[in-house]
Design a protein around this ligand. Structure first.
Ligand SMILES: Cc1ncc(COP(=O)(O)O)c(C=O)c1O
Length: 296
């Protein structure tokens, strides 16, 4: 993968309604979104040129903004068209797609009722990890010090930029310890999710996953739950305490970026990626492939 900084790449970015050359997609340092985190974003993937669940991501994007008290000035249909155009114009087949909306520069104080809402959509190449043998080794997770906040203290259902502050800090700490990511507990000390992915556990053929009431209820999470149901696998969404991790056999995380990734270690706990994780990886791969979608 290229190591060119993201601001110096070639291609096109959709910026407030039109495609602009990549290097011209700039904003001023006095932007509300930058100072007060009044920004929301999406993370999507295109497979073979088609964005998976594009409209669901556009709907969440608009909902995230509403939670932050602003409106994305484009409809779901307009956003879907814009995202497809960005992917096509940049000539990517397997790529990540990043819509971003933020408050502009008209007002630079906490209140910014009349700031213009800007929207940009960028994309970059990001193939999925197809090396199944490597994937099945599982990743190692740290247990983060920070916790997902109480829904009464933060807009937890929004994919809001500000909520990622504790994720970045936690992921840095995890990487310094040789881990790939960190598992975060919630404000009550229960298992919540990772810094950018949801978490699942398997025991005796049953999937257990935390109730998504104080963290992002991922689109991949729902896709995988549907795939598991289609296989007749029982699913239990419930409160999971960290000391229960000792009892689970398999663990995996899900997200647009992570897709379905098995976990082998979380702090002192060990898991052995097995047949159920493998089956769900295969099902997810089939689900995101446009030919599989077209055949449905
Ligand atoms: C904090 C967090 N949780 C969960 C997810 C998984 O969400 P999705 O499956 O919609 O990508 C993401 C990724 O967007 C995330 O950033």
């Amino acid at each position: 993968m290229s190591v060119i900084p993201f601001d110096l790449r070639d291609g096109f970015i959709w910026f407030d309604g039109k495609l602009v050359p990549w290097k011209d997609a700039k904003l001023h340092v006095l932007s509300h979104g930058l100072h007060y985190a009044s920004a929301v974003f999406e993370g999507e993937r295109a497979y073979e040129g088609q964005i998976f669940k594009s409209s669901e991501h556009s709907e969440r994007f608009r909902r995230s903004a509403e939670i932050l008290d602003f409106e994305v000035p484009y409809s779901v249909a307009e956003l879907d068209v814009a995202k497809a155009l960005v992917v096509e114009k940049n000539g990517f087949k397997n790529c990540y797609v990043r819509p971003l909306a933020w408050r502009g520069s008209e007002m630079m104080a906490v209140a910014a009722q009349h700031a213009t809402i800007h929207v940009a959509i960028a994309t970059w190449e990001w193939p999925s990890m197809f090396d199944i043998a490597l994937k099945m080794k599982g990743i190692k997770l740290d247990i983060a010090d920070y916790r997902r906040p109480d829904p009464m203290t933060a807009p937890v259902a929004s994919k809001a930029a500000g909520l990622y502050m504790i994720c970045t800090i936690s992921k840095h700490r995890a990487e310094r310890k040789g881990c790939a990511d960190a598992l975060m507990l919630d404000w009550q000390g229960r298992v919540a999710e990772c810094t950018g992915a949801n978490v699942f556990f398997i025991k005796d053929g049953v999937i257990h996953t935390p109730i998504a009431d104080c963290f992002l209820d991922g689109i991949t999470r729902h896709t995988v739950l549907d795939l598991a149901r289609a296989r007749g696998i029982q699913i239990v969404e419930r409160r999971i305490m960290p000391d229960e991790l000792a009892d689970f056999e398999e663990c995996f995380i899900t997200g647009t970026a992570a897709e379905v990734t098995p976990v082998s270690e979380i702090g002192p706990y060990r898991f052995v990626p097995g047949a159920m994780s493998r089956a769900l990886i295969d099902d997810y791969t089939a689900a995101v492939t446009p030919r599989a979608i077209a055949a449905k």
